[in-house]
Ligand binder design. Structure first.
Ligand SMILES: Cc1cc2nc3c(=O)[nH]c(=O)nc-3n(C[C@H](O)[C@H](O)[C@H](O)COP(=O)(O)OP(=O)(O)OC[C@H]3O[C@@H](n4cnc5c(N)ncnc54)[C@H](O)[C@@H]3O)c2cc1C
Length: 422
């Protein structure tokens, strides 16, 4: 019997939507999400830092391909540059090998002095020892990009369906009112991936990020990272944003994800100090924008349910009112810091643990694999495919290793040179 679709993609965040746009011109594509246009997953909350250099070569390659793709979308990518700020001469000198690595991978990078670092990002950098400047980096608007990909997919004939997928069985997705068959099923469900596939190497975590009150716009500024403090910040146009990895990782289990209706959760006590320390990295006049910052109700950041739903509602209200607020956003980590992208079993693929920074590159890779499977393409990117193989960890128990990458999100322990992540 002919399947209902050639390809059914579950999850319409930046990953699933970008994949639908790539495949729709070649095949009969269905894109399913509980709320296709609503962006209730991590994509809807991503502040969009795109640092292309990573000590893991496959990630640099995916990021470069993604930036190239986002540049084609109006309002998708803003090439503001990125700064990694050092507070001691030793730290600055330690950045030199990273500049060399960047240049060897075709990315511009230069060490700049304290004065230039301040001039480039006066709202964020004061009294530093200097910085490593990446002029080709920038910020992505994940919502704009995802909407553009969805529009492309629709215009190429893809069908969208708002529905909750209960299971993937054989070559069918199971819904509450029946099944839909497809030659190939792709799971792109982000922090909920454990509900449909057993891929224990991809682990959901909670992460604090804060927005200032609305202010007057300023000239463009690079985004900044303070690697030794595990803090990052950016100008969002009419507000500032700051995030921190400087706290014990908070694991959100697959069971807990059953009670999360968005990729947000309650505000955990451990985030208080982390965000306070993060704000202390900013010049006083910028930190002042966060005074009076509200958070959602305190609770277990990993637990879903009423408090998580209330957290989302509080966040939407603060955003509408233009007041300062901090929230707990959920995303995924893996044991080697790289996403799981590829074939899981006959007819079933996954693209999970993928950041905005790497999404378009990752979906290009998986689209080629799928087209090859359908007899419409040829073998490409063998090395990348192997590096990102979703089954590469076998049956090993790797949750703790994955959680450790949270505090090393910029991969300082991964290589001699400092890497980066979000
Ligand atoms: C606070 C925060 C800061 C971040 N900062 C950055 C950053 O600066 N740079 C960066 O590159 N990345 C960043 N990320 C990570 C990035 O946002 C995510 O990795 C990326 O958006 C994941 O996209 P996705 O499409 O895989 O998943 P999602 O956007 O989560 O989409 C998954 C979709 O699947 C749907 N779904 C799930 N289960 C089912 C089901 N059973 N049936 C139907 N539909 C289902 C959901 O409704 C959802 O729409 C950040 C994330 C957060 C939360």
């Amino acid at each position: 019997m002919t399947p209902d679709y050639d390809i059914a993609i579950v999850g319409a965040g930046i990953v699933g939507s970008s994949l639908a746009a790539r495949l729709a011109p070649h095949a009969r594509v269905l894109l399913v999400d509980r709320d296709v246009r609503g962006l209730r997953g991590s994509t809807g909350h991503a502040p969009g830092f795109v640092g292309q250099l990573n000590s893991r070569a496959p990630l640099t390659e995916l990021a470069k391909r993604s930036v190239e793709a986002y540049r084609q979308i109006a309002g998708g990518f803003n090439p503001v540059g990125g700064l990694e700020v050092a507070y001691t001469i030793e730290e600055l000198e330690g950045m030199e090998p990273r500049a060399v690595l960047a240049r060897s991978r075709g990315l511009r990078a230069e060490i700049v002095g304290a004065e230039q670092a301040h001039t480039l990002a006066p709202a964020f950098v004061e009294n530093s020892a200097g910085a490593l400047y990446f002029p080709d980096d920038g910020t992505a608007n994940a919502r704009v990009i995802t909407a553009a990909y969805q529009n492309t997919a629709i215009s190429c004939g893809a069908r969208f369906l708002d529905a909750n997928v209960l299971a993937v069985e054989g070559n069918a997705i199971v819904l509450s009112n029946g099944t839909i068959s497809a030659t190939i099923i792709v799971v792109c469900t982000g922090v909920w991936s454990g509900q449909l596939l057993s891929l224990p190497a991809v682990v959901s975590v909670a992460h604090p990020y804060a927005y200032s009150a609305t202010r007057a716009t300023r000239p463009n500024s690079p985004f900044v990272r303070f690697p030794s403090a595990h803090v990052y910040a950016r100008d969002h146009g009419s507000v500032d944003g700051v995030g921190s990895y400087d706290h014990d990782p908070v694991h959100v289990s697959t069971r807990a994800m059953d009670r999360h209706h968005t990729a947000t959760g309650a505000w955990d006590d451990v985030f208080d100090d982390a965000i306070t320390r993060a704000l202390a990295m900013l010049p006083t006049h910028t930190a002042a924008g966060f005074i009076g910052m509200t958070t959602a109700d305190k609770g277990d950041a990993a637990e879903g349910g009423e408090k998580a739903d209330a957290a989302f509602a509080a966040m939407v209200k603060s955003r509408e009112e233009g007041t300062a607020y901090a929230f707990n956003g959920l995303f995924q980590v893996t044991p080697d810091g790289m996403p799981l992208v590829g074939r899981v079993r006959e007819g079933v693929y996954a693209a999970v643990g993928v950041w905005v920074t790497h999404a378009a590159g990752a979906t290009g890779l998986i689209a080629d694999m799928i087209l090859q499977d359908l007899g419409k393409g040829e073998m490409k990117d063998a090395e990348l495919r192997e590096a990102l193989d979703p089954l590469r960890f076998g049956d090993r128990e790797v949750v703790d290793t994955a959680l450790r990458t949270y505090n090393d999100i910029w991969a300082k322990e991964h290589a001699q040179v400092q890497g980066d992540g979000l």
